[in-house]
Design a protein around this ligand. Structure first.
Ligand code: DQA
Length: 146
């Protein structure tokens, strides 16, 4: 049997408000609903998933540092996508393959959302498919790792 892959699923600021927050853009699923769909997808795939959400940049960086034993990261950095050199540097520093995901299509929105500080240090980016961006991100990461 193949070894268990340990994957962190990280969510940035305001994503704790999913379900209530701008549901025309982000949909009606809560973050826990999304995490449950990811858990369902993971059944039988020999994955260990670590879920983390924070509204604080430093906490996300500390989480990445202190979980450097994970083999992969799926991250929706939310607004930090467009601002955070520090999260980018944390991902680069631990050298863990990461996939950036977004619920909305960041390229079809305001200009300031079109730039990601994080994507260049990721394996790739999936944007615009709602909760399914996470599923595709995880699937792509597993494919990349195995
Ligand atoms: C988001 C897109 C970001 O621009 C925004 O700041 C978010 C959510 C998304 O998942 O579509 O908070 O990352």
């Amino acid at each position: 049997m193949s070894e268990t892959l340990k994957i962190a699923v990280i969510n940035g600021p305001n994503l704790n408000l999913l379900g209530k927050r701008e549901s025309d853009i982000y949909g009606t699923l809560t973050l826990e609903d999304i995490n449950n769909r990811i858990r369902e997808f993971a059944i039988g795939k020999n994955l260990e998933l670590l879920f983390f959400q924070s509204n604080r940049e430093g906490d996300i960086i500390d989480f990445i540092h202190s979980n450097s034993s994970v083999q992969g990261i799926v991250i929706n950095p939310a607004a930090f996508t467009h601002t955070s050199v520090a999260i980018r540097d944390a991902i680069a520093a631990v050298s863990i393959p990461a996939v950036e995901v977004h619920l909305s299509n960041i390229y079809s929105r305001e200009d300031f959302r079109k730039d990601s500080f994080i994507a260049p240090v990721c394996v790739g980016q999936i944007t615009g498919f709602g909760y399914y961006s996470y599923i595709m991100g995880l699937e792509a990461l597993i494919n990349h790792l195995t």
